[in-house]
Every structure is written in C-alpha cells, then in structure tokens.
Design a protein around this ligand. Structure first.
Ligand code: NAI
Ligand code: MG
Length: 355
C-alpha cells in the first residue's frame, strides 16, 4: 500500500481547528480508496512554541521536515509575537529552504459560494494564480540606516533573477498549454524600470517557445480593477511575489471569502517537500470558538491529493465542498450558516462517498 508521510504544522489560533478537519477528510479519502494511506506527524511549532523557547521552530526543523512527502500547515501568528518574526522564521524559512518557488492559488467561484460582485456567473471566476514564491520583493534584502535619527532610511530591495523569473513563468506557460487556457502576466514595467521591465522581457522571450499559448500583459493596478470588473478575462495568471500576495487576497474576496481560499507552495521537481495551507491567518478574533471555516484547509488538502497524482480524489473533495455550499445546511457563520468547524468537517466526510 502506498503511504503518504505528512508533516503537520497546525500552528496558532484557528490553525489546529481547521487542520484537524483537513486531516479527517484525507483519512476518509484514504479509507474510501483503499490503495493508499496517510501517516501524519505533528510538530508543535508556532507562536506558543516561540513564547516558551524563543524560536518559532527547532534549529534543525528543515532537516526534520525534509524526508516527508508534504507539509500541511494551518496558520502562524498571534498577538504578542511580531508578525515579521512568526512569518519570517517559520513560513518563509520553509518556503525558501525547500525551494518552494511556485505558489499556486486557485481563484474559482464554486457552485453555491457567495460572490460580492454583481452580474457574475459561476464560470466567470475560474483562474489559477501562479505567484513567484522565492524572491522578488520578499527576498528580505535591505537595510535600516541611521536608526533613531531624523535621517533614518529604510531600504528594501526587490530581487529578480533570470532563473527565478524563467522557472515560474515556464511553470505557468506549461500549465496554460496543458489546459488550453490563456496566460496573463501581471507586472508594473511603467514604474519599476529595472525589475518589472526585466520580468516583461523574459515573459516575452519565453513566449516564443509556446506559440500555442495566447498571452496577455497587464499592469497590476489595471489588473486589480479587472479582477473586480471583468474577472472572466483571467485564466492562468503569473505574477511576482508581492503582487501575487495582494491579488490573491482580492481573488479570495471575489470567490467566497477567506474561509474558502487555499494555496500550495510547490517545489515542482519534488527535491524537497511541498507545503499546503489555507491562505487565511490564525484569526485570533474567532480562535477556540468553533467558528472557523475549515473549507479552505480542506481545499488545500485537495491540492495535496492533486500533487500526489490522486486527481480523481482531488476533484471529489472539491465536489463535496460544492455539495455543502449548494445545500447550505452545514456551513460556518462566515458563509451564513450555524454549523461549527467540526460539523463542517464531518459533513464533507459524509458527502464524499456519494459525489
Ligand atoms: P486572518 O486571515 O487571520 O483573519 C482575517 C479575518 O478573516 C478575521 O476577521 C478572521 O476571523 C476571518 N477569517 C480568517 N480565516 C477564517 C476562517 N477559516 N473562517 C472564518 N473566518 C476566518 O488575518 P489577520 O487577522 O490579518 O492575521 C491574524 C494573524 O495571522 C496575524 O498574526 C498574521 O500575521 C497571521 N497570518 C498568518 C498567515 C499564515 O500563516 N499563512 C497568513 C495571514 C496572516
Ligand atoms: Mg497573504
């Protein structure tokens, strides 16, 4: 029997609540299939761990994680620990350390999901955002000069390498080619005359290798407007780390909200484990109350199944989510329901055998 070894970093706040349901759904999938199983290993890292030990994770965390087939992450961050510490010393350390250079975020309006846009039909919002995940504006290169003086200066440099740009764009071109979809590059060459002019040039260069892929180019400000006014124009989208971070929250907002938004951090070569997570944070305002919507975490479990080559099950998990959204009987309050986190997880498990 095939075994998938999963490292679980449930993290802080609602992280453990939603990841618990995602694990149950994966176990249900394995039980229904019968030809594979999941073995979960939990790691206690996160802000609570930091307050006890002074570190977000153990010093040899990456060595410990390295042998796993995937990492399943809840959320990290909590009042009392600065966000740049919790993010930088855990999430970003794993993304960089394991060369997870693709951040894949589906922005798809599922059947029955709420949409704040007027006049939008379900098929109009169906895109995949491929966000550069290893460099760009989040490379954390910079300096603070003359701290504490009137002359204080902060520098934050964007890092754009040919290798980094080519690999994320190639991934997006391949995806668009495979699925027969258009590819839109979102950048800002008019204002960022070095990094984004470079980005645009590489996008065009690579395009010669993919004559069958219809391409479009948009400036990030115009693209934000079109996400709202005309989301149907986007199919596969490729963009930089910062722009992708912002645009995918906008994407989440138009496609059902943060409780329905998932993201995968991929090392496509499978040299290192990839990491799957809901894109929401630890939501301290609702933590511990059973109010957290686990569907984003469950959607990211579906992305994990897809990455493992279990496409049929990946689709069935999405179909089960759509069943809940359409029936509107078992949903958390953010989606207008009265169910708690565990009831939603149980409902997905119950629906899975009949989708
Ligand atoms: P957040 O995503 O935690 O919460 C934003 C709003 O959405 C809150 O009102 C929250 O209640 C609601 N919300 C989020 N997820 C939900 C869910 N599954 N079901 C129902 N409602 C949900 O973002 P916020 O408040 O900006 O950040 C809180 C903490 O999380 C911070 O420490 C931040 O640094 C961290 N964070 C961590 C991330 C990660 O681990 N990947 C991503 C974003 C934030
Ligand atoms: Mg974000």
């Amino acid at each position: 029997m095939q075994t998938y070894n999963i490292a679980v970093i449930a993290g802080d706040g609602i992280g453990p609540e939603v990841i618990g349901e995602g694990k149950r759904v994966l176990e249900q999938v394995a039980a229904l299939d019968g030809s594979f199983r999941f073995v979960f290993t939990d790691f206690p890292w996160g802000c609570e761990y930091y307050l006890k030990t002074g570190e977000m994770m153990e010093a040899d965390a990456l060595e410990k994680l390295r042998a796993f087939d995937a990492i399943y992450l809840g959320a990290v961050g909590y009042p009392g620990v600065p966000d740049h510490v919790s993010l930088g010393d855990l999430l970003l350390k794993i993304r960089r350390g394991f060369d997870e250079y693709i951040n894949l975020r589906p922005v798809k309006l599922l059947a029955g999901a709420p949409c704040p846009l007027a006049g939008v039909r379900r098929g109009d919002i169906d895109m995949v955002v491929v966000r550069e995940n290893s460099e760009g504006e989040y490379a954390n290169v910079g300096a603070r000069l003359f701290p504490g003086t009137k002359e204080e200066v902060a520098l934050q440099t964007g890092v754009f390498s040919r290798k980094g740009c080519e690999r994320v764009m190639r991934y997006a071109y391949e995806l668009a080619k495979r699925e027969g979809r258009t590819l839109t590059s979102i950048s800002k060459g008019n204002a960022l005359g070095y990094s984004m002019v470079f980005w645009d040039a590489i996008f065009e260069e690579l395009g010669h290798e993919y004559p069958e892929v219809e391409t479009h180019k948009l400036l990030v400000d115009a693209a934000s407007m079109f996400f709202v006014k005309d989301p149907a124009r986007f199919e596969v989208v490729v963009t930089s780390n910062l722009f992708g971070d912002i645009l995918t929250d906008l994407g989440a907002a138009i496609a059902g909200g943060m409780g329905l938004a998932a993201g995968a951090n991929l090392n496509p070569e499978k040299k290192f484990p990839s990491m799957f997570e809901p894109i929401h944070g630890s939501a301290p305002d609702i933590a511990g109350k059973g109010l957290a919507n686990p569907l984003a975490a469950i959607w990211s479990a579906s992305q994990m199944l897809e990455f493992f080559g279990q496409e049929a099950w990946a689709k069935k998990v999405i179909a089960a989510i759509e069943t809940l959204l359409t029936e509107k009987k078992t949903l958390t309050p953010d989606l207008g329901g009265k169910a708690n986190t565990q009831e939603v997880g149980s409902a997905v498990c119950a629906v899975l055998p009949r989708v």
